[in-house]
Design a protein around this ligand. Structure first.
Ligand code: SF4
Ligand code: FE
Length: 481
């Protein structure tokens, strides 16, 4: 099958039988739910732009046999692929100002591709073949894949097998001739309700006692036993109020789910790791590395929108000529482009793995993500500084249109002449959405904790930073023997 259009993708999601719960109730129509729909639209954008000749080069990849696939299903074959991935993510961030979700699947696929190859080399298993068959199936159907890593983790001081409740890390509860049965959960899953398939991976490096927890596989998202509970976001119910102005970004968004795996059966040909505990760390490190690279693209694209909105707010407020405003906008751009530099750098310095698939430079990818845990916060702080308090205190769209209130809101929320009050309110709401509304989940907190919290990157930086070599450099120049 060729690449799906956005509409075909939506229709394919309509056919899924997902078990989704929100506000304590089952969601019968996931596709058309007003709170969930913007997140589906964000994934749809990855299909729509792949059909657009202007973005075809960025959004698609032509394989050696001539097949054209969506870049989200690509196994990176060189550093150009790695850099194009980041460029694509920036572009999609610019178009949606949201999480378009499909990257976790791409990052999981690339981590699985190289890790399964190396497990097979050591144990003579068939995981790499299993994985390639799965990937080909997803390519043939142009599916969206969710990559699920983060377990609930319970007591953070205890290993998986020592938890009071064994399900706090996802694990194998039964081994059958035809496959395995797993129990557990994955948290913070942004793309799961918009994916046809999910790749499950362990969340930390594991020892021999955690063998049953060192498990990786892929299953359709509507497999029996999978249940999704949607997380609350600040301002989420504004989406049910029939307003476009108050939500800031009416078209796009993202939602997260807690995903329960209650005795889910995984057939043998969908298993990518099953007890090879010493490879759990490799899979985690590579997936996290790819996703830390990803943030040097997507968050930068969203940052572009926030910087643009802030510049507009300054203009609508009549403040754009003030030198400190100009300087703050420069600072925002400097921070944002620094993140992009990191995304491009860890890609340009990528290298092939034993499987042939390319891996980013892990040190630089971790530096990238470490900066992402900080800079979007500073960019948001400057946006709030420039916008002024009205971005959180403005009356609602209903008040702007209200018979009694409308004329007052029009009159007193006016900025410069030549710009309507409504347009000024729109840009303020977009800033609100990104800095502390529904999109702040993706732009701020996800920048902190997504792809691993800051300390996880610092551990990797300390491992990869090669201090002994640096000490040698200093000794040599100082004449220390
Ligand atoms: Fe892609 Fe960014 Fe969303 Fe991760 S947070 S899935 S990299 S858009
Ligand atoms: Fe993420």
């Amino acid at each position: 099958m060729a690449l799906m259009t956005g509409e075909q993708y939506i229709e394919s999601m309509r056919k899924m039988n997902l078990q989704v719960y929100m506000f304590g109730k089952k969601v019968e129509n996931v596709v058309d739910n007003p709170i969930l729909r913007p997140s589906l639209n964000s994934v749809r954008a990855t299909y729509d732009y792949a059909q657009d000749p202007q973005y075809e080069d960025l959004m698609t990849v032509t394989l050696e046999d001539g097949t054209k696939i969506n870049r989200f299903l690509n196994i990176h074959r060189n550093t150009t692929d790695l850099m194009n991935k980041v460029k694509m993510q920036r572009m999609l961030g610019q178009k949606t100002a949201a999480c378009f979700q499909r990257c976790v699947g791409m990052d999981a696929c690339n981590a699985e591709y190289s890790t399964t190859y190396e497990i097979d080399q050591k144990y003579g298993t068939k995981y790499h073949e299993n994985f390639k068959n799965f990937l080909n199936y997803c390519r043939e159907n142009d599916f969206t894949i969710d990559g699920a890593m983060t377990d609930p983790k319970g007591d953070r001081g205890l290993a998986p097998h020592l938890q009071a409740d064994p399900d706090l890390y996802l694990h194998v509860v039964e081994r059958r001739e035809d496959g395995i049965v797993v129990c557990g959960a994955k948290a913070h899953q942004t793309g799961i309700i918009n994916s046809q398939e999910v790749i499950v991976m362990p969340t930390i490096a594991m020892g021999p006692d955690d063998k049953d927890y060192a498990v990786s596989f892929a299953v359709p998202t509507d497999t029996e036993g999978i249940l999704m509970i949607i997380g609350r976001q600040s301002c989420d119910t504004r989406k049910t109020e029939n307003t476009t102005l108050d939500v800031g970004n009416a078209e796009y968004g993202g939602v997260e789910a807690l995903v329960i795996f209650d005795h889910v059966f995984v057939p043998n040909d969908r298993i990518f790791m099953n007890g090879e505990h010493e490879f759990a760390g490799m899979l985690v490190e590579r997936f996290a590395g790819f996703h830390r690279q990803s943030y040097g693209g997507c968050k930068v694209g969203v940052g572009d929108v926030l910087i643009g909105a802030t510049a507009l707010a300054a203009e609508y407020n009549g403040a754009e000529k003030a030198s400190h405003i100009k300087d703050k906008l420069i600072e925002m751009m400097h921070l944002n482009e620094t993140l992009y530099c990191c995304g491009i750098a860890c890609s340009a310095e990528g290298a092939p793995t034993a499987s042939g698939g390319y891996l980013i430079n892990l040190l630089l990818a971790n530096v990238c993500k470490q900066n992402v845990t900080r800079f979007p916060y500073e960019i948001a702080r400057l946006a709030e500084d420039i916008a002024g308090g009205i971005f959180v205190t403005a009356p609602s769209e209903a008040d702007l249109k209200g018979e009694v209130t409308g004329p007052w809101v029009e009159k007193y929320l006016k900025g410069v002449s030549g710009v309507s009050t409504e347009d000024r309110m729109k840009v303020m709401r977009l800033i609100e959405n990104l800095c502390l509304g529904t999109a702040a989940v993706g732009y701020r907190t996800e920048s902190m904790h997504g792809a691993g919290s800051p300390q996880a990157q610092r551990i990797m930086i300390s491992r990869q930073g090669n201090l002994p070599m640096k000490k040698e450099l200093a000794k040599k120049l100082a004449g220390i023997k």
